[in-house]
Design a protein around this ligand. Structure first.
Ligand code: SAH
Length: 262
């Protein structure tokens, strides 16, 4: 492809670490299963290293990029993409301006400073997002995919895995980026569960998980005190556990128990 413009200068405050290894870019693009959607939204395309592999697939690729200099680069180098370049902050943008309530997959080599917020926004929009894959700081990717009993199991793990099957795919070293980040990166994929409506009060589930992990060393009897349960409920052995010991299924059961009293 003709390079019609100077390379974008990496800006630290935007979390810009450009991938320079084409084979890694292709491997990330290939994590999409293409099942159940025809639109793909790439967050933070930068100079399009990942985008060019998405454009070869049988999907409609949109990109959302906050950096004007990157947008100008994309407009100059990816002429076919131009109508589907959105120059916005993903966290603030209403994606239904373009998707009109249709389903779409999310992919990206994400800006690490906002990566957990990207996941939370995805969870809020889970009805429209059957698949999500991409690159995070390795620790964050591990946390999202971790199971009960692990030290890094927390709010992000439980809330994500309540609705998605999470799979850690592979690790990427710093030297394939320009500039290299200080840490390893990890690529994961989330595939929405076929039944992603919880058999319990969903807002209460979110509140229970968040409250329990705010004091992760304490038993649930103590960390969930503000819910004011009856002694009868508190006698249930589940309240003797700490949040990191509970599977997603057990958090659902816990929410169902709490529901009986509110
Ligand atoms: N995908 C490219 C760039 C990764 S760096 C590559 O692999 O080389 C992360 C990108 O996210 C940068 O281009 C940065 O400008 C963009 N970005 C940062 N914050 C953003 C936000 N809030 N919304 C959309 N894009 C953002």
């Amino acid at each position: 492809m003709a390079n019609n413009q100077h390379q974008v200068k990496a800006k630290k405050y935007l979390g810009q670490h450009f991938l320079k290894d084409e084979s890694v870019a292709q491997k990330i693009a290939d994590t999409l299963t293409l099942n159940g959607y025809k639109n793909v939204l790439e967050i933070g395309p930068g100079m399009g290293v990942l985008t060019k592999y998405l454009l070869k697939k049988d999907v409609i690729t949109y990109v959302i990029e906050i950096d004007t200099e990157s947008v100008e680069y994309l407009q100059a180098n990816y002429l076919n993409l131009a109508p589907r370049i959105i120059e916005k902050d993903f966290l603030k943008y209403d994606v239904n301006t373009v998707f009109n309530n249709e389903s779409f997959a999310i992919i990206g080599n994400f800006p690490y400073n906002i990566s957990t917020q990207i996941v939370f926004k995805t969870l809020e929009m889970r009805n429209q997002i059957p698949e999500f894959s991409g690159m995070f700081q390795k620790e964050v990717a591990e946390r999202i995919c971790s199971k009960e009993g692990s030290k890094v199991y927390g709010i992000l793990s439980v809330l994500t895995q309540a609705f998605y099957d999470a799979e850690y795919l592979f690790t990427v070293p710093p030297n394939v980026f320009n500039p290299p980040p200080k840490v390893d990166s990890g690529v994961l994929r989330l595939i929405r569960k076929s039944n992603y409506t919880l058999p319990c009060n969903e807002p209460l589930f979110f509140k229970t998980v968040k409250t329990a992990f705010q004091q992760r060393r304490k038993t649930l009897r103590n960390s969930l005190k503000t819910f004011n349960f009856s002694d009868n409920l508190k006698a249930n052995s589940i309240f003797g556990k700490r949040p990191e010991q509970l599977s997603v299924q057990q958090f659902i059961e816990l929410t169902q128990l709490i529901e009986t009293e509110i």
